[in-house]
Ligand binder design. Structure first.
Ligand code: BG6
Ligand code: MG
Length: 218
């Protein structure tokens, strides 16, 4: 059997934190007079903190000095950390545990591939830190999704080739990163937004163990 590796994004795939990133960015954008909708937010999913603020400023035709830029990044992250302060396993998305457990019980290596610098903290809070064989997060990469760096590093940590890597992602940038890496991309969320993915499921409750079994053995 060929060795496979399964790479999970964090925000919006494992935990229901995408809504908190949205709320914190909306508050930040509006505080500097830039309107911010859910459609705008869709373009920030999977995108690093720095790149997200650059995009918001570009939408609002604003430029900031470096120190102000850094200050706003800190404000956004503090707001976000407040939202997730009381986080526990209730924030795990439906059937995430079943999917992880099925893969682990089948002897499959699993990795995290996230743009977030808060990823390790969140995994500890939901008691999943020890489940991952490899963790690559926003502290480990220089190039943001859709650049494939985060997933290539995760695959290398798992000692699998990109061709034998399977990525679960809720963002378009993340699906493009997986495709750019030459990996199998599985979208979790809206099929309209994630149409570049090899497969799309609304959420993990729609993904059967038979499907996972096929991924392992194909
Ligand atoms: C991604 C999120 O996982 O991480 C983005 O989809 C977020 O919304 C990015 O901006 C960076 O996260 P953090 O926690 O480092 O600000
Ligand atoms: Mg995500």
């Amino acid at each position: 059997m060929i060795r496979k590796g399964f790479i999970f994004d964090l925000d919006g795939v494992i935990v229901d934190t995408a809504k908190y990133h949205y709320l914190a960015w909306k508050k930040l954008a509006e505080s500097i007079g830039i309107s911010f909708t859910e459609e705008d937010n869709e373009q920030l999913k999977g995108v690093s903190r720095v790149r997200s603020l650059e995009k918001i400023l570009a939408w609002g035709n604003k430029e900031l000095q470096e120190d102000k830029f850094m200050e706003l990044l800190a404000v956004k992250n503090n707001d976000y950390l407040e939202y997730i302060a009381s986080m526990d396993e209730n924030e795990l998305l439906p059937d995430v545990k079943r999917v992880l457990q099925f893969l682990l019980d089948s002897g499959q290596p699993i990795a995290l591939g996230s743009a977030s610098k808060n990823a390790r903290k969140i995994l500890k809070e939901v008691h999943l830190y020890a489940a991952f064989h490899t963790i690559v997060d926003g502290n480990d990469v220089t190039n943001a999704k859709p650049d494939p760096e985060v997933f290539l590093r995760a695959a290398s940590g798992l000692e699998v080739t990109p061709l034998n890597s399977i990525v679960f992602e809720d963002s378009l940038a993340g699906i493009q990163a997986a495709n750019n890496a030459g990996m199998t991309s599985i979208g979790i969320g809206n099929p309209e937004i994630l149409k570049e993915a090899d497969y799309v499921f609304q959420d993990f409750t729609e993904m059967s163990n038979e499907f996972l079994h096929q991924l392992i053995h194909q």
